[in-house]
Write a protein of this length. Structure first.
Length: 65
């Protein structure tokens, strides 16, 4: 799901992102939702995931890195 960004979220850059790479994401957690956005376009839209979906994604990513 894509939703409009919120200024109330506290965003942090992924530990796997670097300043040299164009592949940077930021994550913010709110009650019941994990938000993900492109760090190069912080005012743009972002994705929102429920806790179960986020956990499944992180588990999948950890197995395939």
């Amino acid at each position: 799901m894509t939703i409009e960004p919120s200024a109330e979220l506290h965003w942090f850059k992924s530990s796997y992102s670097s300043n040299e790479s164009a592949d940077c994401v930021e994550v913010a957690a709110s009650p019941g939702t994990v938000h993900v956005r492109d760090s190069k376009n912080p005012e743009g839209p972002h994705l929102a995931f429920g806790p179960a979906e986020w956990s499944a994604f992180v588990a999948y990513a950890a197995r395939h890195m």
